[in-house]
Structures are given as structure tokens and as C-alpha cells.
Design a protein around this ligand. Structure first.
Ligand SMILES: *[C@@H]1O[C@H](CO)[C@@H](O)[C@H](O)[C@H]1NC(C)=O
Ligand SMILES: *[C@@H]1O[C@H](CO)[C@@H](O)[C@H](O)[C@H]1NC(C)=O
Ligand SMILES: *[C@@H]1O[C@H](CO)[C@@H](O)[C@H](O)[C@H]1NC(C)=O
Ligand SMILES: *[C@@H]1O[C@H](CO)[C@@H](O)[C@H](O)[C@H]1NC(C)=O
Ligand SMILES: *[C@@H]1O[C@H](CO)[C@@H](O)[C@H](O)[C@H]1NC(C)=O
Length: 449
């Protein structure tokens, strides 16, 4: 309690300073209620042997959708693999095609369930499909629908939900608000900036936390493809959870030692370039990931008339000013800038989106530490956004360094939040939504025409 009061006093003092140099967002203090874990269960408990944790993702091929789900049945104990499949059609219950799944497992942190992975192909762009997944002995999921990706360069607006650092504890506000958004039918794609379950913050065996995370997001991640990058909380046990529960597109340059961690894809008017900033996943010139970034940006710049917007997604910020994370915002951010800021700038990347810090901040268009423009129209330099306050067991941060020239907006509460994007060929509307108070805290439109 005393620590909290001290923190508040410090915050008020810092706000007074910060307010003179940057536009602070409205303050409102809310403490997330402690929430019991959803769907807590013992791995291998046969009473839970129904399909769960269903989530979908785009693949490297257009016309495909990947489905991943789990049954809490120990993998292959009888020596007979469960035969999973997904059934797909244009109307509820009217499935005309079926796609067999592969199955797999891993055996750490108490997990030994069966993980299924199926890919539907031959899907038409911008078309709504109904589906269900399961196997004969566990049963099938309820009918669910998703909108398949539009063609690159579509003239319509695409609508995207973007969060970072969500976890299963203290994310109830975000989950409730995203569920409401998704139920409007407007949103079609999830961009997750990493640190998914925070499993590694819980006593071992903790695989059930990861189960809970995927169950928690199933109401939306089964309706919209979720594209995500790895964060530092996804690295435990040599990424065993990541490698088994997530499969992102293969990089178009082919397989390399790190190719499960970087890739690119188009979604309507946006080209996404995704890479890992975790330790051991080098981004310096000459590294596998840097070579991919160079090749991918060269390629996308031959067709910016089709995907005018280029968004970089990774977990670690390259510009930030979180006072409690001096090392992240100075030596670490500086190193990322040295590795690739010039590359992103020269290739006219529009946005660099991360999580990592459990807060929200947005830069002006900035290059090499200098604000290039305070306008977001044809601005000519990337905008750097930290969007890492969706929840999680570690709590949110709200203290920022004063006098930061590149910072245009920042959240000064510990409220939970996430972003909504509405993007067409000429306008990229970004809004940051405070899920605790259900109010838009920040809005900016990047435009080019
Ligand atoms: C499943 O178990 C059988 C019998 O033990 C074994 O022959 C088979 O290789 C196993 N399959 C997998 C994929 O582990
Ligand atoms: C899918 O699996 C079933 C058995 O579970 C098999 O009969 C069928 O041939 C498989 N289909 C394909 C395309 O492999
Ligand atoms: C699966 O995991 C549970 C919980 O850790 C354990 O009790 C059970 O023995 C395991 N089953 C197998 C077949 O490994
Ligand atoms: C970045 O700014 C530093 C001085 O702050 C300067 O030494 C360096 O040359 C600049 N780099 C580029 C690529 O402009
Ligand atoms: C793109 O979005 C902007 C802002 O919402 C809107 O003014 C514009 O008309 C849209 N363009 C098209 C072609 O729909």
C-alpha cells in the first residue's frame, strides 16, 4: 500500500513535468479485479476431452486457413493417434469440404494433451466460411465462422484488433472489450505483439496457464486469424509451447534455422514484416533475420501501389520512454536502432508496433532520434508504437521520462487497453482503446496520397 502511494506521488510529480512537453492522455485509476483462471483443469483429465483452445491463422499461401486446437487426452497413449479434422462450408452446419489434421504433443510443465493442426485450402478471398474441428471420439467444436483474407490491394477498409502482453491474469477488461468488438462483426484479423500467456510467471507445472490463455481468446481467435510474434515470455523451455501451439507462415525466402520466428504477409492494403527481437534471434546486419528484412523490404517496394502500408511487428521497442525500464528504452532500444532503424527508414516503413513495456506510447514520425514531422500525412519516417498494456500478471506501468521529444502520446494509467486499426489504401486510422473505462484514449490517422 505504501509503495503504491509513493508510486502515485511520483506519478503525479512526473506528470506535472511531462505535461509541459507532451500531450498526456486522460488519467483514471482502476485496479483490475483478481480473476480466477478460466478453464482450469488438470492436463490429461479425460473429463475435459472436448476440443478446446481453437485458434486460426493465415499461412504463407493465399486461399488457406490454419486451425489449431487441443484435446486434453494424453497423446498417443493407446498407440492409436486421434484422427482430427476440420469441416468447412459456406453456411452453418453445411460443410462441403473436410481437411485432415496432423497431431502432436510435448511433455513439459505438465502438458501431455493432443494438439491438432489442420489447413483448409481453396478458400475464396473476402468470403465468410463456417467450420468446425474435432475428432470422432472427442466430438467437434460448435459452428464458427471467419472471414477469409481479402486480396492484397483491396479497395475496402480492413479492420484489425492489435494487442500486446495480454496473459490470463488481469486481462479481463481487455478480453471483455475485444469480445464486444468482435461481436459487432466488424473485425477480421488479430495482431498480437507477443508475450501471450505469461505461463513462465506461474509456479511449475504451469502449462495449464497456456491452456487457459488459448481458451480465454478462443471466442475471438477462432473467428479471426491471429498473427503473433514471440516475446520474452514465450521463450521458456526452448520455445516448446510456441513451437507446438503456434504456426505462422513460412518465410518466402525458404527455411532457415530461425524461420519459425520471422515471416511476412499481406492483408488488404497492409504488408506485415514480422521478426523476433528475443535474445539469440539476431537482427544485426548479416544475420538471417536482417537478410530477410532487407530482401522483404526490397520486394514490397516494387508493389507499394498494392500494399501502400508496411507495418513491422516485433516484441521489443526501438523508441520508448518508460521510466521503470531505462535499460529497455536506452541501451536495448539503441541497439535495435543501430541494427535496423536506417533500413526501415530508407524503405519507408510506416509503423513499428511492439509490446514489451506494459504501457502505451506513440511517437511522432522519427528518424535517428529526431522528429521528422509532427504531421502524419506523407510523413516520410516510421511511427513507433508500444502497445503492451492488454493485461498480464506483472501489472501495467504508467511512469514516463519527462521531456521526450519524439513522444506524441502516452498512457499514464495502469488501465488495460489495446488498439483498433481501420485501414484503407490512403488512410491508416489507429485508435488506442482503454478497455477498463471503455473510452478511446488516443487516435491518430496516418495518410498518404
Ligand atoms: C504412437 O504409438 C505407436 C505405438 O506405441 C507407435 O508405433 C507410433 O510411432 C506412435 N506415433 C507417434 C506419432 O508418436
Ligand atoms: C482423412 O482421414 C481419413 C481417415 O481418418 C481417411 O480415410 C482419408 O483418406 C483422409 N483424407 C485425406 C485427404 O488424406
Ligand atoms: C499427463 O499429465 C498428467 C499431469 O501432469 C499426469 O498425471 C499423467 O500421468 C500424464 N499422462 C501421461 C500418459 O503422460
Ligand atoms: C544519427 O545521429 C548521430 C548524431 O546524433 C550522427 O552521428 C549519425 O551520423 C546519424 N546517423 C544517420 C544515419 O543519420
Ligand atoms: C479511406 O478512409 C478514409 C478515412 O476513413 C476515408 O475518408 C476515405 O474515403 C477512404 N477511402 C476509400 C477509397 O474508401
Amino acid at each position: 500500500m505504501q509503495g503504491r502511494l509513493l508510486s502515485l506521488a511520483l506519478a503525479v510529480a512526473l506528470l506535472a513535468i511531462a505535461a509541459t512537453t507532451t500531450t498526456a492522455l486522460p488519467v483514471a485509476v482502476v485496479v483490475d479485479p483478481l480473476r480466477p483462471h478460466v478453464h482450469l483443469h488438470t492436463p490429461g483429465d479425460a473429463s475435459n476431452a472436448a476440443p478446446e483452445q481453437l485458434h486460426i491463422a493465415l499461412t504463407e499461401n493465399s486461399g488457406e486457413m490454419r486451425f489449431i486446437w487441443v484435446v486434453q487426452v494424453p497423446f498417443n497413449t493407446t498407440g492409436a493417434l486421434l484422427q482430427g479434422q476440420c469441416r468447412v462450408g459456406l453456411a452453418a452446419g453445411q460443410y462441403v469440404a473436410s481437411f485432415n489434421a496432423t497431431s502432436d504433443s510435448y511433455f513439459v510443465q505438465g502438458f501431455n494433451g493432443t494438439i491438432f493442426d489442420a489447413v483448409a485450402s481453396g478458400l475464396q478471398p473476402d468470403t465468410r466460411y463456417h467450420y468446425q474441428c474435432g475428432d470422432a471420439s472427442s466430438g467437434f467444436t460448435a459452428d464458427t465462422a471467419f472471414l477469409n483474407a481479402p486480396v492484397p490491394g483491396t479497395s475496402r477498409t480492413v479492420n484489425i484488433i492489435n494487442w500486446g502482453d495480454m496473459g490470463v491474469k488481469d486481462s479481463a477488461h481487455s478480453v471483455a472489450a475485444i469480445t464486444e468488438d468482435v461481436n459487432t462483426g466488424l473485425y477480421e484479423l488479430i495482431i498480437n505483439a507477443g508475450d501471450s500467456s505469461y505461463q513462465d510467471d506461474f509456479p511449475t507445472p504451469n502449462a495449464y496457464i497456456c491452456d487457459n490463455f488459448y481458451n480465454q481468446i478462443q471466442p475471438f481467435a477462432s473467428k479471426m486469424p491471429m498473427m503473433l510474434v514471440d516475446g520474452n515470455h514465450d521463450t521458456a523451455q526452448d520455445y516448446v509451447q510456441w513451437l507446438h501451439r503456434v504456426r505462422m507462415p513460412k518465410p518466402w525466402t525458404g527455411d532457415g534455422p530461425l524461420s519459425r520466428f520471422y515471416w511476412s504477409f499481406d492483408y488488404g492494403p497492409i504488408h506485415f514484416l514480422v521478426f523476433s527481437t528475443e535474445s539469440g534471434h539476431d537482427t544485426a546486419p548479416g544475420s538471417e533475420q536482417h537478410n530477410f528484412m532487407v530482401a522483404d523490404l526490397q520486394r514490397v517496394n516494387t508493389r507499394r501501389n498494392i500494399t501502400p502500408w508496411v507495418v513491422v511487428l516485433t516484441h521489443h521497442p526501438a523508441y520508448c520512454s518508460d521510466l521503470l525500464h531505462y535499460e529497455r528504452c536506452h541501451p536495448e532500444a539503441q541497439q535495435f536502432r543501430e541494427n535496423y532503424e536506417e533500413l526501415l527508414f530508407q524503405n519507408k516503413v510506416d509503423l513499428y508496433v511492439t509490446g514489451h513495456n506494459h504501457d502505451y506510447e506513440r511517437s511522432y514520425p522519427v528518424h535517428n532520434g529526431t522528429v521528422v514531422s509532427k504531421s502524419y500525412h506523407n510523413s516520410g519516417a516510421p511511427v513507433y508504437i508500444v502497445n503492451g498494456a492488454a493485461g498480464n500478471v506483472e501489472g501495467s506501468e504508467s511512469f514516463f521520462e519527462p521531456g521526450i521529444e519524439f513522444r506524441a502520446a502516452h498512457g499514464i494509467t495502469t488501465n488495460k487497453g489495446y488498439a483498433r486499426w481501420h485501414v484503407n489504401m490512403t488512410h491508416f486510422d489507429w485508435e488506442y482503446f482503454d478497455a477498463s473505462h471503455k473510452v478511446v484514449l488516443d487516435r491518430v490517422t496516418l495518410s498518404k496520397y
